[in-house]
Design a protein around this ligand. Structure first.
Ligand code: ADP
Ligand code: MG
Length: 610
């Protein structure tokens, strides 16, 4: 095969350029990335050899060796991992295959400092070689192939691929250092970097023949031997995250179920947190052997942000995703790991509330799914929930326990209001009576809240009740809305209004909950809440329309004016405006916005109708 030249994918070119310039201040990480790949390749070979022994002859010791050639100004990193075929070389070292990285490329802001941080989040990996090298040669042979390939590039626009010779399976990467990078020819410098970033790799890393790392998988070492730094570096290796984790928990458990788990909470949500297709979960090892990268079966979906690993002796080495599904050991591991994560969150709440707030703003919406999905842990999860509240400024949140603590005498339930936006929630007419009574109301504005709250009917024996359904709890205090006094005088007006708005509302009644607004809408008893209905409709569900009840504040001048308007057209305008503003106050859309505006203007100008 003669050499063929390929152009890098456009995104790859862009990434290379950006990386060489913006990661310059932290260039030593190239070694971490290359060692990380070598380690992955060795894991893969060991794993595939479980099913096909020919892939790894007996007596093979998987390892990484670093050699320096001062005269040629090169360093070479050689592993005896799985290696790559020609097609794989072209695909893996020419394009950006992982969807996360692709999305990262789309999100670039042009702000170099910020972009550099983002790069790390996605672990751009192999291309980091070009930070220090102006030419990179890769010779690789797949463990199941007899011939090798050579890949060469200067990291500009192209790379070439040709046949090569290689005695053993694996990959050798040679970096031809850029002019000012002689520091990386110093063994002491290289050893320092390996120690710093790769000590935790469970694979010997040799420098000029001598093993320079611990070569013991980090999680197998006792906690007392490990520093925060060690844990953080390991996290960055397995999670491809630039930032240190928010928290971690390392446990060795013996007994009926034997496992070691090392679980991490990231600081930041990945770009694809909401991408259902994206692989989730922790790594699975069986007796130190890497088995699966993203074993989604070992944690419930609402904990999909957790990174880390579990190593167990209780599953067979040939376990696959299919076997994991519905497997009893896997089920037990799942509930044990779930408990570990919840413990970690509890501890964060108790000891580092600011960090918990960081966690909540990154992953709170995901954790909430647990209330719906995981009935067994619902009570624990409920304590971890945080809500905006009428007692807090924008951005601050409260827990249900905070709420209970503040609850005044005479308040029966925990009140909440769901709305489209924070502003719509805070200004909702439904709050008026509660505000007047001094009852705190939780403000729920995430799309998922409506579902969550449906599954959380009580907290510590108090029921959670929507303000839309709890008018009676505050009516007694609103002396202005002495409904009984008004019933008689409004009777005729109410039936006239019902006629005028026929087909759009179920009925009209006087309200005891309003103190400032003239009107609001409520769902009829036993119907879905108004917002739930709107959400279901938005998600494509076709529902029979439930007509709302229009409630009027009898003390409001606009409502009083209704009573004093004999003219049918003028009455109709006013009726439309009252209904329209009640719709708007919910953050919902008007059926006929232009008509609403016309009527509003007529009223503002108080023009007699022609
Ligand atoms: P990542 O490691 O996150 O997948 P990289 O850019 O570091 O991304 O590597 C790209 C791909 O190239 C890897 O996924 C792997 O398939 C392949 N690769 C890189 N280095 C090696 C190696 N030493 N041995 C085998 N395959 C490798
Ligand atoms: Mg990598």
């Amino acid at each position: 095969m003669s050499a063929t030249t390929h152009a890098f994918q456009a995104e790859t070119r862009q990434l290379l350029k950006l990386m060489i310039h913006s990661l310059y201040s932290n260039k030593e990480i190239f070694l971490r990335e290359l060692i990380s790949n070598a380690s992955d390749a060795c894991d893969k070979r060991r794993f595939l050899a479980l099913a096909d022994a020919a892939l790894m002859p007996e007596g093979t010791t998987l390892k990484v060796s670093l050699t320096v050639d001062k005269a040629a100004r090169t360093i070479t990193l050689q592993d005896n991992g799985i290696g790559m075929s020609e097609t794989e070389v072209v695909e893996n070292l020419g394009t950006i295959a992982r969807s996360g990285t692709r999305r990262f490329m789309e999100s670039l802001s042009g702000d170099q400092k910020q972009d550099a941080q983002l790069i790390g989040q996605f672990g751009v990996g192999f291309y980091a070689a070009f930070i220090v090298a102006d030419k990179v040669t890769v010779v690789t042979r797949r463990a199941d192939a007899s011939s090798a390939v050579r890949w060469v590039s200067d990291g500009q626009g192209e790379f070439s691929v040709e046949a090569a010779d290689m005695a053993e399976a694996g990959t050798a990467i040679t970096l031809h250092l850029r002019e000012d990078e002689d520091e990386f020819l110093e063994p002491a410098r290289l050893e320092g970097i390996v120690r710093k970033y790769s000590d935790h790799i469970g694979l010997p890393i040799e420098l000029d023949g001598k093993t320079i790392n611990q070569a013991r998988a980090l999680w197998t070492r006792p906690k007392s031997e490990l520093s925060d730094e060690d844990y953080q570096q390991f996290y960055q290796h397995i999670a491809h995250d630039w930032e240190p984790p928010l928290s971690w928990a390392h446990h060795k458990v013996e007994g009926t179920l034997e496992y070691t788990s090392l679980l991490y909470l990231p600081k930041r949500a990945p770009f694809d947190l909401w991408d259902r297709e994206q692989a989730r979960g922790v790594q699975l090892y069986v007796k130190r052997v890497f088995i699966l990268d993203r074993a989604a079966e070992l944690l419930p979906p609402y904990l999909r942000f957790v990174r880390g690993l579990v190593d167990t002796a209780d599953l067979p080495l040939n376990v696959s995703r299919e076997i994991l599904q519905g497997n009893r050991v896997a089920e037990k591991l799942k509930s044990a790991l779930t408990k570990r994560v919840l413990d970690m969150l509890d501890e964060l709440v108790a000891t580092r509330p600011d960090d918990y707030a960081t966690f909540w703003s990154a992953f709170g919406t995901v954790l909430k799914e647990g209330i719906v999905e995981d009935a067994n842990n619902r009570d624990r999860l409920a304590k971890l929930l945080r809500f905006a509240s009428t007692t807090q400024p924008d951005g601050a949140t409260v827990s249900l326990a905070d709420y209970l603590q503040r609850m005044p005498e005479g308040q029966k339930s925990i009140y909440f209001l769901t709305a489209e936006t924070a502003a719509a929630a805070r200004n909702s007419p439904h709050l008026e009576g509660f505000r007047k009574q001094g009852f705190e109301v939780l403000l729920l504005t995430d799309r998922i809240d409506e579902w969550v709250i449906n599954h959380l009917t009580t907290f510590e024996d108090k029921s959670l009740v929507s303000v839309a359904a709890a008018a009676a709890d505050v009516e007694s205090v609103i002396e202005t809305a002495d409904k009984a006094r008004h019933e008689g005088e409004y009777q005729a007006t109410l039936s006239r209004l019902e006629k005028s708005l026929e087909g759009r509302i179920a009925s009209v009644r006087l309200s005891g909950r309003l103190t400032e607004s003239p009107a609001c809408l409520v769902a009829p008893e036993n119907a879905l809440s108004r917002r739930m209905e709107a959400l279901l409709r938005q998600s494509g569900e076709s529902l029979p329309a439930t007509l709302p009840i229009l409630e009027l504040n009898p003390e409001h001048p606009l409502v009083a004016r209704l009573r004093e308007t004999p003219d049918d057209d003028a009455f109709g305008d006013l009726a439309e405006l009252l209904l329209g503003q009640a719709v708007l106050a919910e953050g919902a859309q008007l059926e006929d916005p232009a008509g609403f505006v016309r009527r509003l203007n007529r009223l503002l100008l108080s023009e007699p109708r022609a």
